[in-house]
Design a protein around this ligand. Structure first.
Ligand code: 5SP
Ligand code: FE2
Length: 221
């Protein structure tokens, strides 16, 4: 498996003191920064636009791991690539789980020089993607219903991780398996044991000392 990456989700950043928290992130061992984009349609919440991503990109050395939870995935993939995404992950469900459309958007994202990610909600099976993992850089398994931070981890999602990990190892692929939702030191350990190499965590990291939270996840490997 690849090196373990921790991607703190800025959805849980304390926006009453952003400067202090961004400084802590900038000096942390986190390699990616998870940037959740929500449009109020695909999920019942609204978050950040491209100007905010530009600001984070200037302020932080981390790679920008952008997770778009939007209906119009094609349009907003380009909008957030233009704004500085290093990893662009869209939802399979936003493209009605149409495999041709999913693979075509992955190819487009890669052509733009960005890592392409495909995310699946808890009710979406992983099987249709298993033969196509070489065509994406990241498989993002949601372990909560998308839309909000602070929810409980759905342990049943680890079956998807195990299936994808077995396929990645069998084929010698470099595709990452990222997990998002309810990750803390305990659930993170389960996720790593199941085959995840990329952990998103929001409330767990920002509700304690940021460096301690990140380091406690990085040492799971
Ligand atoms: O995409 C999402 C939620 O839709 C996540 O990235 C959350 O921000 C994770 O937050 P925690 O569950 O770790 O608090
Ligand atoms: Fe996310």
């Amino acid at each position: 498996m690849k090196e373990l990456i921790v991607s703190p989700s800025i959805l849980s950043l304390d926006f009453s003191r952003p400067g202090e928290q961004l400084d802590a992130l900038a000096n942390s061992h986190a390699q990616w920064l998870h940037f959740d984009v929500m449009d109020g349609h695909f999920v019942p919440n609204l978050t950040f636009g491209p100007d905010i991503l530009r600001g984070f990109r200037k302020a932080l050395p981390q790679k920008m791991d952008v997770h778009i939870m939007v209906e119009d995935a094609r349009t907003y993939a380009d909008v957030f690539i233009d704004a500085g995404a290093d990893v662009l992950t869209f939802h399979s469900e936003a493209l009605e789980d149409d495999l041709d459309a999913i693979l075509s958007l992955c190819a487009h994202i890669r052509e733009r020089g960005v890592l392409a990610g495909v995310s699946i909600c808890p009710n979406t099976p992983v099987e249709p993607l298993l033969d196509h993992l070489a065509e994406m850089d990241v498989l993002l398994v949601m372990s909560v219903e998308p839309g909000f931070g602070g929810q409980s981890f759905m342990e049943g999602m680890l079956e998807k991780v195990k299936k994808a990990r077995a396929r990645i190892e069998a084929q010698g692929l470099s595709t990452r398996i990222e997990i998002d939702g309810g990750i803390n030191a305990q659930t993170g350990a389960l996720a790593v044991a199941a085959g995840c190499d990329t952990l998103v965590a929001g409330s767990y990291i920002f509700r304690q000392d940021i460096h301690a939270g990140i380091d406690s996840l990085l040492c799971l490997r």
